[in-house]
Design a protein around this ligand. Structure first.
Ligand code: KIV
Ligand code: ZN
Length: 387
């Protein structure tokens, strides 16, 4: 199978920043954008320029410092939005305007109180207008996850005809199942006559916990760009998690995809976003959580200590997690794990001694959530004094 590039579009600074309480200032946004470029993302969505003077200046300043990645600004399908975005992006080496409008009957009725025909006209007009300013225009069909598929195909064909280089098919409400989202992409690839002139993009929200699965399914269905955020941050239940998508693609070469993201920078990037946005990472978060490489039950610890591949499919160094790989000692841990941790602290015991020590360890472990290095040193000291 030939290797196809999946473009990674990062929207941590736009959709990700829509998390309540996580507003970033321009200086923070510039620092993060520089790190995102180092990480190797293809597109940085820097903000929504018309939304506030702060967002305008973030997009403008990021445009000045980013050298290789495309810098993107969001707009509604409104001329004034597009003009303001074009102005904010004017110094970008590779500017992209991301414009769009609702595409589901729900949005057409309740948000726009209009008709499908009118939406089509406004979409085409917006894309044509944006092309007066930049060569790279991405169109988003908001709430495409719930849109009528024939209308979505008509809209996609029309905006590509108007000059869109990328068509984003957002599952705005995180409603789709993976096979449904994949089928949407396949339908568009097979029914849009000018599809060879643009690429399709996945933009999945996580309301049902399916954002990553849907994005991968979308790529299998033919999309060539995935929109995501670091740590999956974003509105409500968040967006598709960049680090998870990148590692799925890396760990499954049979998919025939690759990205240009440097996986060893994923953990530092994740911590930087978490610290800057003051948003903790859940401990069991895939790839970047503090427990992602921690083993606590006796059976797992025993297998892991014999060969790490028994219970780990990712080497922590591959994702920049250093030696966070660790054996957590709890009342579920076995002798092998206790001996391993004791050895790490410089305490060696014979097999018979370990049998005795293990009993004492269990007493401590039963009274605590986790037995730490201080507890182990204390145990070793008491054991030495008594024996
Ligand atoms: O979720 C969504 O539909 C969006 C668009 C504005 C791209 O974020
Ligand atoms: Zn979104």
């Amino acid at each position: 199978m030939s290797n196809q590039k999946i473009h990674i579009f990062d929207t941590s600074l736009r959709d990700g920043e829509q998390v309540p309480g996580c507003k970033l200032n321009t200086k923070e946004k510039i620092e993060l954008a520089i790190k995102l470029e180092e990480l190797g993302v293809d597109v940085i969505e820097a903000g929504f320029p018309i939304s506030s003077p702060g967002d305008f200046s973030s997009v403008e300043e990021i445009s000045k410092v980013i050298k290789n990645a495309t810098v993107c600004g969001l707009t509604r399908a409104v001329k004034k939005d597009i003009e303001v975005a074009a102005d904010a992006l004017k110094l970008a080496k590779k500017p992209r305007i991301h414009t769009g409008i609702g595409s589901s009957d729900n949005h057409i009725k309740y948000k726009f109180n209009t008709t499908r025909e009118n939406i089509l006209e406004r979409a085409v007009e917006a894309v044509k207008y944006a092309r007066n300013f930049v060569d790279d225009v991405e169109f988003y069909a908001e709430d495409a996850g719930r849109a009528d598929i024939e209308f979505l195909a008509k809209l996609t064909e029309a905006v590509i005809g108007a000059g869109a280089t990328v068509v984003n098919i957002p599952d705005t409400t995180g409603f789709c199942l993976p096979h449904q989202y994949q089928a949407k992409m396949e339908y568009l690839i097979n029914h849009v006559s000018n599809i060879d002139k643009a690429i399709l993009s996945c933009h999945c929200h996580n309301d049902l916990g399916l954002a990553v699965a849907n994005s991968i399914a979308g790529a299998i269905g033919g999309a060539r760009q995935i929109e995501s955020t670091i740590n999956g941050i974003g509105e409500r239940a968040g967006n598709c998690s960049l680090e998870e998508v990148v590692m799925i693609i890396k760990k499954h070469p049979e998919l025939g995809f690759y990205t240009d993201v440097k996986s060893e920078l994923l953990n530092p990037m994740s911590r930087l976003i978490s610290d800057t946005m003051r948003m903790p990472i859940q401990a069991n978060k895939a790839v970047v959580g503090s427990n992602a490489f921690a083993h606590s039950s006796g059976i797992h610890q025993d297998g892991f200590l014999k060969n790490s591949s028994t219970y780990e499919i990712i080497n922590p160094e591959e994702v920049g997690a250093g030696n966070t790989q660790h054996i957590v000692l709890t009342a579920r841990s076995g002798r092998a794990a206790l001996a391993f941790r004791m050895r790490g602290l410089g305490h060696e015991f014979t097999r018979d001694e370990m049998d005795e020590l293990y009993k004492q360890f269990l007493e401590v472990a039963d009274s605590k959530k986790e037995v730490n290095d201080d507890d182990l040193n204390e145990l070793a000291k008491t054991f030495a004094t008594a024996n």
